[in-house]
Design a binder for this molecule. Structure first.
Ligand code: VAH
Length: 320
């Protein structure tokens, strides 16, 4: 029996993580959501759901107490591009909200997973095979909240013994809930254009390499880390994890292997491009592999095949 609360359960990661946890555990896997982002369908029908606004510490505590929560997956965040447009809200959710979660976790002895991101790195960090322990000097509010989140989560572990763990997610690609306002969203949108036989207008310039990961691997990373033997962990917040690194040209050519008529043009979004330019080209995830046996299953070609087949089923179009 394992009781888990997912805050932000209707977002890109939360939607799939909640369903995956319900498959694995037979306890209360509570879908936390905010009004206006209600759970629906399988997410609503397969387990409990509660309003949990991360900026309301009492609300978090009430749900943790009601369901005797042991682990909190805190997925509430504004993604990188949106956070530059609403920096104060990004801080309120990413930092004030995290403080609420950690305080509740301290009082109720919960473990806490809060995703970090490759967004913690900035222009003065080594770009290729970025090390686990290196300079975290971002110039985005998203990056500031992620570095702050790593530092605050480590503090709560060292000072209060709260079992905090996290990974630095790369761009995540999935076919269920769409991402919302990220710099890597192009790597999801391109598949939708391809499956609809539409010319894709890419907002990121050719030659811009970023780490990426298919959602099944992201779910595996989060759950595997939270189930890992704490005695093996040298690091906690947060582990570099990656599965692949590509630029728009590489993913475009891979999709054309399966949809030969697919076409793309560039219309660079300056905000997203400047953020992408500040991030690594590739990560070194040796520590995750050594400390908790991290190993991705999907490479680009496997992801493309699965994305196209799943989207075809969802959008009911016939591939040419
Ligand atoms: C974003 N998808 O683009 C998120 C992620 C590494 C990228 O943090 O903001």
């Amino acid at each position: 029996m394992k009781n888990v609360l997912i805050i932000g359960s209707t977002g890109q990661i939360g939607t799939e993580l909640t369903l995956e946890l319900r498959k694995r555990y037979n306890g209360n896997i509570v879908a936390g959501y905010i009004p206006g982002a209600e759970p629906a369908g399988e997410l609503l029908e397969t387990g409990p759901a509660e309003i949990v606004d991360i900026t309301n510490g009492e609300q978090i505590a009430d749900v943790v107490s009601k369901y005797k929560i042991e682990t909190i997956y805190n997925l509430a965040a504004l993604l990188s591009a949106v956070a530059e447009i609403k920096p104060q809200l990004a801080w309120k959710v990413g930092m004030d909200g995290l403080f609420n979660v950690l305080e509740v976790a301290r009082q109720y002895k919960c473990a806490v997973f809060t995703p970090s991101s490759i967004g913690v790195f900035g222009n003065n960090t080594p770009k290729d095979k970025t090390p686990q322990d290196t300079i975290r000097n971002p110039r985005t509010m998203y990056g500031v909240t992620k570095v702050g989140g790593e530092l605050l989560s480590d503090y709560y572990y060292i000072r209060f013994g709260v079992d905090t763990r996290s990974v630095r997610f790369p761009g995540l690609i999935s076919y269920t809930a769409p991402p919302g306002g990220g710099t890597t969203d192009y790597a999801v949108d391109i598949y939708y254009s391809a499956i609809r036989n539409e010319r894709f207008v890419c907002p990121i310039a050719a030659g811009t390499f970023m780490d990426m990961m298919y959602m099944p691997d992201a779910l595996k990373a989060a759950i595997q880390l939270m189930e890992a033997d704490p005695a093996r962990l040298v690091h906690r917040n947060a582990f570099n994890v990656t599965a692949m690194s590509f630029d728009p040209e590489i993913i475009y050519k891979n999709i054309r292997k399966y949809i030969p008529g697919f076409t793309m043009e560039y219309n660079v979004d300056q905000l997203r491009q400047s953020i992408a330019d500040s991030w690594p080209n590739s990560l070194d995830d040796t520590c995750a592999r050594e400390e908790w046996d991290w190993q991705p299953a999907y490479d680009l070609d496997m992801m493309t095949q699965d994305m196209l087949s799943k989207l075809k089923a969802r959008i009911q179009v016939t591939l040419p």
